[in-house]
Design a binder for this molecule. Structure first.
Ligand code: ZN
Length: 402
């Protein structure tokens, strides 16, 4: 949990970074070995000799490990706390943090037993979920929640109410009673008018009560994000996936809880169109397929190894692309962004020659440390294979309580 009296360093310095992944598709690898954060925000990045490393409260020697922006899971279904009724599991958010995830975005709190479907109730749930996850952080992970599922009966003023109450997202369209193109399009327009981002469930139904959403509904609804374009689980035919890529410029979300062939097809199509900036990654967990603490890393390894996408590019799908599309202040290694980092290295005994080569050969990397808002949240991950090299917390002096 995120407690009020946790120890927060004022200045954090990480040195001897062997590979700096930026999260930026246009320039995915930075020429830098040192990063400095002050009060949880990146203040300098560069070669050690060009960066002011004095006066650090916390020093980390990366020992040659790579550093990437914290991973962003663009599609989760939280309920309350670090508990999911979907698989009766506790601690799933903390477990994902051990898989490198530092930010999660709710696609709807749909697994709440007895989820209200009336308008007053669904609005109240969205506001409650937004407040609860903003106030309590598990493993330090930032969960952006409060994503109402669209039901028939919503009117424009409801979207204004939600926006005024702090709601910034819609749950996946198609999980509630709104399921046709014209009805969804009207509500997407209302949401957009009040600054609420929209996403849609694409493909076959996921659970009893959810709906089949084909390309015509998606294109007519015109949501900001084409949620799980590779299905969750059941994918559209690949001809329809091509239509979605070519028929709009919206975000193309690929999830772990989906069809892997369709995932590779969507990524390849976006690559052919030179629109890899549209790809973002999610897990869709907790789901029928379970909780996937390393799901985002697995998607990066899948797309890189089977989709012939350079590993440094695949990391951008789960970091900078998502941050830009979702308007987040993290996800990129640049001054002014939140200090959310994953330190990682080639897994021990991988056949790959280094981190990027190992991911390109389909192996998961080993995580040695996760940092959120400049605070070390875990050291050696309990969920990834052991990394060949590990970063070291060298000194942690003059800590102060926040
Ligand atoms: Zn879905």
């Amino acid at each position: 949990m995120h407690s009020q009296n946790e120890i927060r360093p004022r200045k954090l310095v990480i040195r001897n970074i062997g590979l700096m992944l930026s999260g930026d598709l246009a320039n995915p690898i930075l020429e830098a070995d040192t990063i400095v954060a002050v009060d949880g925000v990146i203040s300098a990045v560069g070669p050690a000799k060009e960066v002011d490393c004095e006066g650090a409260d916390v020093r980390i020697d990366a020992h040659g490990c790579a550093l990437a922006p914290g991973l962003i899971d663009s599609h989760v279904h939280p309920v309350f706390g670090d508990w999911t009724p979907r698989q009766s599991q506790i601690g799933w958010i903390d477990s994902a943090m051990n898989g490198g995830v530092t930010t999660m975005i709710s696609a709807g709190e749909v697994h709440l037993p007895g989820r209200p479907r009336d308008i007053v109730g669904l609005k109240a749930l969205a506001v409650t979920a937004q407040r609860a996850f903003a106030a309590a952080r598990f493993g330090g992970v930032k969960v952006i929640a409060g994503a109402p599922v669209l039901e028939e009966g919503l009117v424009e003023s409801d979207f204004a109410d939600l926006a005024n109450s702090g709601v910034t997202l819609l749950g996946e369209i198609g999980l509630g009673s709104v399921k046709t193109g014209p009805r969804a399009a009207e509500m997407v327009r209302w949401a957009r008018k009040y600054g609420i981002q929209s996403t849609i469930h694409t493909g076959g139904p996921s659970t009893p009560g959810s709906h089949y959403i084909d390309k015509d509904v998606v294109l007519e609804a015109d949501p900001d994000i084409i949620g799980h374009i590779n299905g969750g689980h059941t994918a559209l035919p690949i001809e329809q996936i091509r239509c979605l890529c070519e028929g709009c410029r919206r975000g193309l979300e690929i999830v772990h809880n989906g069809n892997e062939r369709a995932a590779l097809y969507a990524a390849r199509t976006a690559g052919e169109m030179r629109q890899l900036d549209r790809i973002i990654l999610g897990t869709d967990s907790p789901a029928g397929s379970g909780v996937q603490p390393t799901g985002i890393l697995r998607m990066i390894a899948l797309l890189s190894s089977m989709g012939d996408i350079p590993a440094e590019t695949a990391f951008c799908f789960a970091t900078g692309n998502t941050a830009r599309m979702r308007g987040l202040d993290c996800g990129l290694i640049e001054v002014g962004r939140r200090a959310d980092f994953v330190l990682l290295d080639r897994a021990a005994h991988s056949s790959g020659s280094d981190l990027l080569d190992s991911v390109g050969k389909g192996d998961l990397p080993g995580i040695g440390m996760v940092i959120i808002d400049g605070v070390v949240r875990c050291q050696r991950s309990r969920n990834t294979p052991p990394a060949e090299r590990l970063p070291e917390l060298v000194s942690s002096i003059a800590m102060r309580a926040a």
